[in-house]
Design a protein around this ligand. Structure first.
Ligand code: AMP
Length: 290
């Protein structure tokens, strides 16, 4: 595995590795890697000859009062995990390499960035769309892999790739969970033991709604109410919404199309997000706990 910090060097390494028509897969991350990230790496390796992982805590997607300065970092551990996972190139640039002085150009992701997290984190998806398009230009992958854990991010990136004619196939990997159901996240690191236990309310709420959905319930109100019961115990529920899985607009009152049940909640001072798909045939998804 090569570890690279400069864009020029990255381009050279990828050009070399790509020779002979090799397919390049790309997994963008903010580091502090866990099994969720590694599932993305495996998905890339299934489809591609070489896999590039980036680790970059992107300042432009954090709001002024968010956790940029304390975001968990452990580069030596991440580097070893990538090495052991047979990653071809690990790209870990400094902020100045990605955002040189006088940087001014942003990608505006439009409507998909407005509801859910976008409402509570203004500018977040503008930062995401900007850094993802910059990383796409640096790596020029054939395939890029994202986690369903960040459902709205997947929607924004898919739209961006279509709207900007980027020749990149976007692959989405189902959310990887701890055995008790908690969605893996670098931010779980912030939780005390007691908070970690209480954080389970989020996935339990989502699973309870899925169970009802699988039993035939299609009324959005009912499904939301069931999830809400569990989420009552979080410290602050930022949102719990049932949205159309494609448009992210509020779901129909009686579901006929795939919908996503999305939640953001504070446990102590830690903001966690999670979501689950409600779609006929969903029970086949490996993401559903037994
Ligand atoms: P992050 O480092 O949190 O920005 O995440 C980098 C990529 O990993 C994004 O595409 C996330 O959606 C994905 N990811 C994060 N957590 C999980 C998880 N538990 N399961 C699957 N993918 C994940």
């Amino acid at each position: 595995m090569q570890t690279i910090t400069k864009v020029a060097e990255l381009r050279r390494a990828i050009n070399e590795a790509r020779s002979g028509g090799k397919r390049v897969g790309f997994v963008p991350t903010m580091g502090y890697l866990h099994d969720g990230h590694l599932a993305l790496v495996r998905a890339s390796q299934m489809q591609c000859d070489i896999t590039v992982v980036s680790i970059f805590v992107n300042p432009t997607q954090f709001g002024p009062n968010e956790d940029l300065s304390v975001y968990p970092r452990d580069f030596p551990r991440d580097e070893k995990l990538c090495h052991d996972a047979d990653v071809t190139i690990l790209f870990a640039p400094e902020a100045q390499e990605v955002y040189p002085p006088r940087f001014h150009t942003f990608v505006d992701p439009g409507e998909l960035a407005k509801p859910l997290c976008g409402f509570f984190r203004p500018g977040h998806f503008r930062g995401v769309a900007t850094v993802v398009s910059k990383l796409f230009n640096m790596v020029q992958p054939d395939v890029a892999v994202f986690g369903q854990k960040d459902f709205q991010q997947c929607a924004v990136v898919r739209r961006m790739v279509i709207d900007l004619n980027l020749p990149i196939e976007i692959v989405t990997v189902p959310t990887i969970r701890e055995t008790d159901g908690l969605a893996m996240s670098s931010r779980n690191r912030y939780l005390s033991e007691e908070e970690r236990r209480r954080a389970l309310a989020i996935s339990r709420g989502l699973f309870a709604a899925v169970a009802k959905f699988q039993a035939g319930e299609r009324e959005a109100k009912e499904l939301l109410a069931i999830a809400k019961q569990h989420l009552e115990t979080v410290d602050r529920l930022q949102y719990l919404e049932l949205v159309d899985a494609d448009t992210l607009e509020p779901a129909e009152s009686t579901l006929h199309r795939p919908a996503a049940l999305c939640a953001a909640a504070y446990i102590g001072s830690t903001r966690l997000i999670d979501n689950i798909l409600l779609a006929a045939g969903y029970e086949l998804c490996p993401d559903t706990p037994a």
